[in-house]
Design a protein around this ligand. Structure first.
Ligand SMILES: Cc1cc2nc3c(=O)[nH]c(=O)nc-3n(C[C@H](O)[C@H](O)[C@H](O)COP(=O)(O)O)c2cc1C
Length: 145
């Protein structure tokens, strides 16, 4: 199959939440991130991934066919479960164009941001609206930059 990473395709963005399997460590997260960055660079996918204790929250954006293919892989990946799509939409311009996969984990500096988007004591992305999930990722990125 001829693979093109140009944006002549219909571009989509998809955001989901999932629960990390209990044995997933910070080291595993780094491996996931590295795998994501390598694959995504080859597949024309960009995005943002958050790992906070038991949860992942991720936005992936790219050609619709590639995003759907990745979704199948993600759903079969044993490192997490209960994948729940928060929202998906067509894109004119990528939000995360600069990153094959940007990321954020809890730090002292961003604790207040997670708190702002938490309705319970612990951060829980299943409780976020699509808008709040997107704002959270933007805030975390702004804090890093
Ligand atoms: C939370 C999470 C996020 C992931 N994000 C990506 C991603 O952005 N891109 C990607 O190719 N794989 C990602 N993966 C890995 C895929 O589920 C799958 O293992 C991988 O695409 C298979 O790649 P391979 O062909 O290199 O084995 C992620 C896995 C997890 C658990």
């Amino acid at each position: 199959m001829v693979q093109s990473t140009s944006d002549a395709h219909i571009l989509v963005s998809m955001t989901y939440a999932s629960r990390a399997n209990p044995d997933v460590s910070a080291k595993d997260f780094n491996e996931i991130l590295q795998q994501a960055q390598e694959n995504n660079a080859a597949n024309g996918i960009t995005g943002m991934l958050i790992f906070n204790k038991n949860y992942f929250l991720q936005t992936i954006e790219g050609p619709r066919a590639q995003i759907n293919r990745l979704l199948y892989s993600l759903m079969a990946d044993q490192r997490h479960h209960d994948l729940q799509v928060i929202e998906t939409h067509e894109l004119k311009h990528r939000e995360w164009a600069k990153w094959s996969m940007n990321y954020a984990s809890p730090t002292q500096d961003n604790a207040a941001i997670y708190l702002k988007y938490s309705t319970t004591i612990d951060f829980n992305p299943y409780l976020l609206s699509a808008e709040a999930a997107s704002d959270l990722m933007r805030d975390l990125n702004a804090q890093k930059e």
